[in-house]
Design a protein. Structure first.
Length: 587
């Protein structure tokens, strides 16, 4: 049986041929026997992702009483009871309870959020058992199971593809990439990053299109998603504010004990009654204890949380508010944080690289009548291109698929039937034999293809996404299929951008003035990340990729981490390594 930490299995599963992996997992393409599956369920029970249940609220409540100041107050209340001063004892205990409940409410809410996150992956999946295809809950999937996948299926564990056809997976939860990743049967290099493991499937992702047969290698906590979930469930590190309060509490405790023992010793030395001396010392201890301090801290932090909520900022832990005051490095994602997280049409360009209304109109026709795979690019065209389409009528459509990477629409115009196709530039160039110049004349494609490719690469370097657009006169043809996507005329390029937030450059400049450095940590391509960082006023040349991180020792990273502004093509499990290096570097 393959194990993640087995030194014998030095080659990772994505770098192992499928037939060899089946042998290592002691299974077959027809799946496990039911008896073997039950045995493995018991063996891997401890690896299941399970949210903390009953003990979590109790732990969160008891953890509020760890502060030395709280302990001093509890002691003061006990002394008050001993001195028969029940009113003071009741007041002190009430203050302690209010303070503890405020903190408990925040932490308990965070625990419920984690449980909700884990519940998202509790799904059923189709699996082969004893040569038959059955449906079982996620909790019953084990390493070695062979699963069937189709559009909409959720991946129950990490594994590799055994068979596939037009398989595309949405991996945005792990890689941050907006667009689905194509998967196929292959053997990937052992050092390949998560985003480039084209034969691997990951728990928590889902199938966008196509179908496949795959073998599960890791489940639960051993998966990439599981390790992230386990990290979220770990107890958060002590904040600077909590550390400061704790140290102040210890100092107060030391001073109080020193004074109490000193005064008690002096009174005994002066031959005062021992009982009176003890009671006087205890009264002094109660008087020295700042009873209202915990409540004052909690009330102030709660007020701060309320004000931040009005600014659409959710605070999970009250003590984290104070961390903003001591922060000197802020780590941020790119998509949806520095950028708006929505695609917009940047330009519609002809072959000369100039804005073209003709290209824009044909793109609007294609997007308006498209009814297949919903994607943000067509949404951008539909919302931003307002064109008069009267006189045009949709006749047929060849939907987008991730193999052709094209979308075709047949429309009836006042004079003819027109086929309009858009898609990935390289795939569009393969079906075009001519190119249309700005004056309406056409030239052979061979004279223009290299120039189009160069224009496409230049746009990519600017962090822009580009599609090609082409058309073909179909005469009276009423229907189309994939075979009609040939002998087309290339019209131009559609350029899309995820714009940087308008105030982001000013915000980053304000952070810099406050002594806070921004670090971008993203899974996006290095050229896109570099371009965005340049737009927001950062040094885009101070960049490190996930591939660089894999080849770098922890000591080398520690030496360079403060000098790097942008970490691009970063895998989820590399983010913690970067943050740890930043902390060790004195941030």
């Amino acid at each position: 049986m393959i194990e993640r930490n087995n030194p014998v299995n030095e080659r990772p599963y994505w770098a192992t041929p499928a037939d060899e992996l089946l042998v290592r997992l002691e299974t077959s393409p027809d799946g496990l026997r039911a008896e073997e599956a039950q045995q493995r369920q018991a063996r891997y029970a401890s690896a299941r992702l399970k949210p903390h249940q009953d003990i979590r609220p109790l732990f969160a409540l008891l953890s509020q009483f760890r502060s030395p100041i709280i302990l001093i107050l509890v002691f003061a209340a006990m002394v008050s009871l001993f001195l028969a001063d029940r009113a003071d004892a009741l007041i002190i205990l009430t203050i302690i309870l209010i303070s503890a409940l405020l903190g408990f409410w925040q932490e308990h809410s965070a625990a419920k959020a984690v449980a909700a996150l884990l519940s998202l992956v509790r799904v059923k999946t189709e699996v082969w058992r004893d040569g038959q295809l059955i449906e079982v809950p996620l909790e019953e999937i084990v390493p070695g199971d062979v699963i069937n996948l189709a559009a909409g299926s959720s991946i129950p564990g990490d594994g590799i593809v055994l068979e596939s056809k037009d398989l595309f997976i949405d991996e945005a939860t792990l890689t941050g990439e907006t667009y689905p990743a194509e998967k196929s049967v292959s053997v990937v290099a052992a050092e390949a990053p998560l985003s480039r493991r084209t034969n691997s499937l990951f728990m928590g992702t889902h199938v966008v299109s196509g179908h496949a047969k795959a073998i599960v290698v890791h489940v639960g906590k051993d998966t990439e998603f599981g390790r992230i979930a386990a990290h979220v469930m770990l107890r958060p590190p002590e904040t600077e504010f909590e550390r400061g309060v704790r140290r102040f509490g210890y100092l107060l405790l030391e001073v109080t004990l020193l004074l109490v023992f000193a005064i008690f010793a002096i009174n005994v030395y002066l031959h005062r009654p021992v009982i009176d001396s003890f009671l006087f010392s205890m009264a002094l201890a109660v008087g020295l204890t700042p009873q209202l301090l915990p409540a004052i801290i909690s009330v102030n932090l709660s007020h701060g949380a309320k004000r931040m909520a009005q600014q659409k900022v959710i605070v999970k832990r009250l003590a984290s508010i104070e961390n903003f005051g001591s922060m000197n490095v802020l780590c941020s994602d790119k998509t949806g944080t520095l950028t708006e997280g929505t695609m917009r049409l940047h330009a519609a360009l002809n072959l000369e690289g100039l804005p073209s209304e003709r290209v824009l109109f044909h793109a609007s026709l294609n997007a308006t009548y498209e009814t297949g795979f919903i994607n943000p690019l067509d949404e951008a065209l539909r919302t931003q291109c307002v064109a008069d389409l009267s006189g045009y009528r949709k006749l047929d459509e060849v939907p987008y698929d991730f193999l052709r990477k094209r979308l075709s629409i047949l429309v009836a115009t006042p004079t003819t039937h027109l086929l309009i196709t858009k898609g990935a530039v390289e795939q569009m160039l393969t079906v075009c034999t001519r190119a249309e110049l700005p004056d309406g004349t056409t030239v052979p494609m061979g004279e223009r293809s290299e120039k189009i490719r160069q224009q496409f690469q230049d746009l990519n370097r600017q962090g822009l996404r580009t599609l090609g657009l082409a058309h073909r006169d179909m005469g009276e043809t009423p229907h189309i299929d994939k075979a009609h996507e040939a002998d087309m005329t290339f019209l131009g390029l559609l350029v899309f951008a995820d714009p940087v937030r308008p105030d982001m450059a000013e915000t980053i400049a304000s952070l810099r003035q406050l002594g806070v450095a921004l670090k971008i940590i993203t899974g996006d391509h290095r050229l896109v990340a570099s371009h965005v960082s340049q737009q927001v006023g950062m040094d885009h040349q101070r960049l490190l990729t996930g591939q660089d991180l894999r080849q770098m020792t922890d000591q080398a990273l520690l030496q360079r981490v403060n000098d790097i502004d942008v970490f691009a093509e970063v895998e989820p499990n590399q983010k913690d390594r970067i943050i740890l290096a930043l902390k060790r570097a004195g941030n």
